[in-house]
Design a protein around this ligand. Structure first.
Ligand SMILES: NC(=O)c1ccc[n+]([C@@H]2O[C@H](COP(=O)([O-])OP(=O)(O)OC[C@H]3O[C@@H](n4cnc5c(N)ncnc54)[C@H](OP(=O)(O)O)[C@@H]3O)[C@@H](O)[C@H]2O)c1
Length: 253
């Protein structure tokens, strides 16, 4: 199959392109770096020609509330219009577990808007709702940095390795459209603060981690298990220790 990967230079996208190519598919990475911009529309119609499936794993360059909402709405609308013109048979996108449960987060509101565009877009689709990526943990932890300590929510997260996400996206992209959502999480759920302690123990970071149930996670308070997947979710196989070993090797390269 010819499979267009929008955001094919990114963390998940480059991994998906590798996996699809290894399976013998014609995987085409597309992003501003290759002359395809889903916001301006540049290169979009041309790159859609003959495409069977579009995988959207792009991300907004700016995460201010208005900017991120504008990005996911416009980008998705433009992709779907080009897909309808080209007769693409399947749109696959990656969203976030619990996005609709946390409306105080501008980023999550933007992902809900992206899902709504897809559901109304008249192209057969599959939405993979993933939990947060393990690769994203260092960035999450730094949002709580306060001198010699980090203050982080105690709400649960069920981090999943990007490699498990890419494997699942690849599987979904080469199967029939689900016409709905599939959920994916990692093998373990811990408080955000507990994940930070685990990361600090592994990296030798000596800062103190303070767990605070009221501190916000990307603009929203976590009350219960909003960021953990529900029954029937797929569960990734890569745990923190296995992920960290690979992450360290890549950091040394
Ligand atoms: N981080 C998490 O924990 C998490 C959890 C669940 C779901 N997700 C979702 O997973 C998806 C992939 O995330 P990621 O971390 O792999 O992304 P990433 O590494 O930041 O990559 C972003 C990609 O988007 C491309 N891009 C940016 N602007 C574009 C535009 N105007 N037109 C076309 N492509 C554009 C970039 O292209 P260039 O390289 O050319 O700039 C790059 O290939 C996102 O939709 C995110 O919301 C993330």
């Amino acid at each position: 199959m010819k499979i267009l990967v929008i955001g094919g230079s990114g963390r998940i996208g480059s991994n998906v392109v590798r996996r699809l190519s290894a399976q013998g598919h014609d995987a085409v990475p597309a992003s501003p770096a290759t002359g395809v911009d889903t916001i301006t529309g540049e290169g979009l119609a041309e790159v859609m020609a003959g495409v069977d499936v579009v995988v959207d794993v792009s991300n907004a360059p700016v995460w201010d509330d208005d900017a991120v909402l504008e990005f996911f709405t416009t980008s998705t609308r433009n992709q779907l219009a080009a897909e309808r013109d080209a007769g693409v048979g399947h749109h696959v996108a990656v969203s976030i577990v619990g996005a609709d449960l946390l409306p105080d987060s501008g980023y999550l509101r933007a992902k809900v808007a992206q899902e709504a565009e897809i559901e109304a877009g008249n192209v057969p689709y599959t939405v993979l709702r993933s939990t947060q990526f393990l690769e994203f943990l260092p960035q999450i932890v730094e949002t709580g940095a306060e001198g010699d300590s980090v203050r982080l929510p105690t709400g649960l997260m069920q981090l999943v390795a990007g490699d498990d996400v890419a494997a699942t996206v690849t599987e979904l992209a080469t199967a029939a459209p689900v016409g709905g959502r599939v959920e994916l999480g990692g093998p373990e759920a811990l408080g955000v603060d507990a994940w930070a302690r685990r990361l600090f123990a592994a990296t030798g970071d000596e800062r103190t981690v303070v767990g605070d149930p009221h501190v916000r996670y990307y603009g929203t308070e976590l009350k219960g298990g909003e960021l953990t997947p529900g029954d029937g979710a797929r569960i990734g196989t890569i745990d923190f220790d296995a992920w960290f070993a690979t992450y360290q090797q890549e950091a040394k390269r």
